[in-house]
Design a protein around this ligand. Structure first.
Ligand code: HEM
Ligand code: ISQ
Length: 156
């Protein structure tokens, strides 16, 4: 259940490497989401008027960076090691719950985004990506995703 300091260290350490290429990686992350689930395209406002994934859309980039960073820094999801609970700033969580509810995001979508995120990390880190590192990212993501899903249920 909990998120260990070791896991947090693995996530943050790899984030420090990946952040130097965050623009490209974020685009890759988003491309993978649509590769896994093409139907998700219609949900994103910044894609409404384009047939393909814009390679140079500042809005898309800003969004994707925000999401990537949120998991990578474990910041907005400060994992309480003692309790094994995620504490996300209440207002941030309410905001995230509201956006995703309004956009029609449902539980299975979270698996798609998770898969895309893990593949992005794996590609970016190459040989440095151990199973332990992947597992740490998976857990960091799961904690945040659970918090968002709970908030969505509370708001629905
Ligand atoms: C918007 C984060 C999961 C679809 C956002 C925004 C953030 C965010 C920060 C707001 C961006 C902004 O306004 O600057 C996250 C995190 C997730 C997650 C941390 C998981 C832990 C998902 C999933 C989907 C999804 C599973 C479904 C495919 C969307 C959509 C928007 C959005 C459609 C609105 C984009 C727009 O403005 O058109 N998300 N998200 N998100 N997210 Fe997520
Ligand atoms: C919003 N929520 C989840 C994943 C995303 C990826 C790229 C851009 C926006 C996103």
């Amino acid at each position: 259940v909990g998120f260990s300091e070791k896991q947090e260290g693995l996530v943050k350490e790899s984030w420090e490497v990946m952040k130097h290429d965050v623009s490209n990686l974020s685009l890759r992350f988003f491309t993978l989401i649509l590769e896994i689930a093409p139907a998700a395209k219609g949900m994103f406002s910044f894609l409404k008027d384009s047939d393909e994934i814009p390679q140079n859309n500042p809005k898309l980039k800003a969004h994707a960076v925000k999401v990537f960073k949120m998991v990578g820094t474990c910041e907005s999801a400060i994992q309480l090691h003692e309790k094994g609970e995620v504490v996300v700033a209440d207002t941030t969580l309410k905001w995230l719950g509201a956006i995703h509810l309004q956009k029609g995001v449902i539980d299975p979508h979270f698996e798609v985004v998770k898969e895309a995120l893990l593949r992005t990390v794996k590609e970016a880190m190459g040989e440095k990506c151990s199973d332990e590192m992947s597992g740490a990212w998976a857990d960091a993501y799961d904690h945040l995703a659970t918090a968002i899903k709970n908030e969505m249920k509370a708001e629905a």
